[in-house]
Design a binder for this molecule. Structure first.
Ligand code: 6R9
Length: 635
């Protein structure tokens, strides 16, 4: 019996039980049957959850790109590996076959090697969402260099912080990038960033926008002439299972970003396994994840997961609103996309527009929908289900983190019955537990607590680059011996999990624990409300009270604000209870969001408290200008 694919609920429970009782046997079989290895492991796993030392597939030898590319060539050489859909719909899409992907990655790998990049070197990649981003990432993995993709929306100072933390010698960038109606001067940002990065020796530049840029002699080179001269085949580096594969930064609650380090074999096994099950990918499907490769979702579910399974994966350069609000749906019909993976933010931003933008597309190719990044509220879930999936495509609400490497809790489409706003059940191999304030495990169902994972899984991050103590402190100390996710969750009467948001998003009002997410859900159901964010602020009698920042839909703008405020509180009262009513409501035109779409509540909390002195690091904000607007609106 194979454990790689789950076909029905009975099988899910069977696999799940096996994975808990005999995790070693479970992962051993999956790793053994579904990948090509130079050498197999001596031991499946070795771990100490106190010191956060975890190793999987000890002493195995492998190269992830052999598994992503080479092993498919015999059967799938002429199959499309990547569909590139450019920002401008008038520019032709590119179809890159597995054979072509092999040639491109080989050329890139040869160039990097010839230019002196060695196994273990950190290579920073600052590219727009173009096929070259995939080639660069895979070429690094091919030669054993550790890739660190920096999202091409980050500022120069965010880039230099990361480059310096990695002491990276090589940067790969482009002359520019397109995003909707804008073009971004990536090389200019790199030039500014590199004024403060003494380690960088070489910059390779991809041509995309043909913009005028300056090339620094001795440091900068166009990559194309080098590629033209390179051989189109390459012998992959033999990597140890625990050799680093990549480092990806995630923002901490304060201070310096954390460089999460993922290693080779465990990440490979886990991203492949989770992709296969969550997306139920079949041979002729076209799969599309709208994330950016600069985030973990793009690493695991645009590149590695799909390619490990020999899938066709779409790389989309643009944005959902360009040239109009129908772009996603147009692309789905155009490429006959079968699996579509996006974020609640994207869904809400499109749901707020006239539904004709989506309803005019057929979307009949869609089989599976998925969501990631934050809790998906009920209204957005239904809109996604009704307008996009036409009530026929199950929605996988996938909960996971940069640190987990792959999806941890999610319905398996056609297997797990879905329930709006619930990530439902853990995947086999994942052992979630809920913990109370006294650090005890909470048994049974219909309970709420801090979400931890009590046994290692192959995809977990191994450390924070250069700071293992911070890794231990952040994730393994709050609940000793367990991995602490930082999220709160509830387990319902049948054992389904619902992520209630970051644990720090819970506000205690008059002694009652109130998650901000369900309150926001209730508010968002008001027909005039587009989006909302709730934070707590100190209150003399209640301890804390609730402050609501609310964005109205266009027609709501003309309504009387006092009446609206009363109605919104009525909604909360009837959905949750009078205890959850807002003490203060401020109508705003936007919310401070990180580039991955998360509301930066830390800033809203400060504004609600009336403390405008120091908003901390705002370098990851997509819309920093909104902070002043909200602040001024309050004054
Ligand atoms: C993959 C990714 C991780 C945090 C995580 C949680 C939130 C992600 C979610 C979700 C509720 C979901 N989150 N998916 N919350 N339901 N389906 O997003 O990684 O950027 O590291 O963020 O995002 O709070 O802890 P990352």
């Amino acid at each position: 019996m194979s454990y790689y694919k789950i076909d029905d609920l009975e099988q899910y429970f069977k696999h799940y039980k096996k994975s808990v009782r005999e995790p070693r046997k479970f992962w051993d079989k999956i790793a053994d049957e579904n990948f090509t290895w130079y050498q197999k492991w001596d031991k499946v796993v070795e771990f100490d959850m106190q010191t956060a030392d975890v190793k999987w597939f000890l002493n195995a030898k492998v190269n992830i790109t052999k598994n992503c590319i080479d092993r498919h060539l015999a059967k799938r050489g002429e199959k499309t590996a990547i569909i590139f859909e450019p920002n401008n719909p008038k520019e032709e899409a590119r179809h890159i076959t597995y054979n072509e992907l092999y040639e491109q990655v080989s050329k890139w790998a040869n160039v990097l090697r010839e230019q002196g990049v060695k196994k273990g070197d950190r290579v920073c990649i600052y590219l727009p969402m173009i096929p070259e981003l995939a080639f660069a990432v895979l070429a690094c993995a091919r030669i054993g260099a550790v890739h660190s993709v920096i999202f091409a929306g980050f500022s120069a100072s965010a880039v230099s912080t990361r480059v310096n933390d990695l002491e990276s010698k090589v940067i790969i960038t482009a002359d520019g990038g397109y995003r909707g109606s804008k073009s971004i001067d990536l090389k200019g940002i790199i030039d500014e960033a590199l004024e403060k990065t003494p380690s960088v020796e070489k910059v390779f530049v991809v041509k995309r926008t043909n913009s005028e840029i300056t090339m620094k002699p001795g440091r900068d080179q166009w990559i194309q002439p080098l590629l033209d001269d390179a051989l189109n085949n390459n012998v992959a580096e033999i990597m140890d299972a625990e050799d680093p594969l990549f480092i990806l930064y995630t923002s901490g609650s304060t201070g310096k970003p954390k460089g999460m380090l993922h290693t080779t074999a465990g990440y490979m096994v886990y991203s492949a396994y989770t992709f296969k099950n969550i997306f139920q990918y079949e041979e002729n499907d076209v799969y599309w994840c709208t994330a950016d490769i600069g985030w973990i979702t793009g690493h695991s579910y645009i590149l590695y997961g799909p390619l490990l399974n020999g899938a066709t994966t779409v790389i989309f350069e643009g944005v959902p609103s360009y040239p109009d609000f129908g772009r996603f749906w147009e692309v789905i019909d155009k490429h006959k996309v079968s699996q579509f993976y996006t974020s609640p933010t994207a869904i809400r931003s499109l749901a707020k527009e006239n539904s004709e933008w989506v309803d005019k597309y057929k979307l009949t190719s869609l089989k599976v929908l998925a969501s990631v990044g934050e809790p998906i509220n009920e209204e957005a879930w239904h809109w996604y289900n009704d307008h996009v999936g036409k009530k026929k495509a199950p929605i996988a609400d996938t909960w996971w983190q940069t640190e987990t490497g792959g999806i941890m809790i999610s319905p398996i489409p056609f297997v797990t019955p879905t329930k709006p706003t619930y990530a439902t059940l853990p995947l086999p191999g994942v052992q979630p537990v809920l913990m109370d304030e006294k650090r005890n495990e909470i048994e049974g169902n219909q309970v709420v607590g801090s979400l931890c994972i009590k046994f290692p899984w192959p995809g977990m991050a191994r450390t924070i680059w250069g700071d293992h103590q911070r890794f231990v402190d952040t994730y393994f100390s709050t609940f000793p011996g367990k991995y602490f996710t930082g999220d709160g969750a509830l387990r319902d009467e049948v054992g389904y999990y619902r992520i209630t948001g970051r644990v720090d998003d819970v506000v205690i009002v008059s002694g009652h624990n109130l998650g901000t997410a369900p309150i926001e859900d209730a508010i968002n159901e008001h027909p005039a409300v587009a989006e909302s964010a709730i934070v707590g602020f100190p209150h003399a009698v209640k301890g804390n009270a609730l402050y609501g920042f609310i964005i109205l839909k266009e027609f709501g703008e003309t309504r009387d604000r006092d009446n609206l405020s009363n109605e919104i509180n009525q909604f909360i009262s009837s959905h949750i209870g009078p205890i959850a009513k807002l003490d203060k409501i401020q109508f705003v035109s936007g919310l401070p969001k990180t580039r991955s779409g998360k509301i930066m509540r830390r800033i809203l909390r400060k504004i609600a408290e009336g403390d405008f002195s120091n908003f901390g690091d705002t370098s990851t904000l997509l819309n920093p200008e909104i902070v002043d607007e909200i602040k001024n609106g309050k004054l």
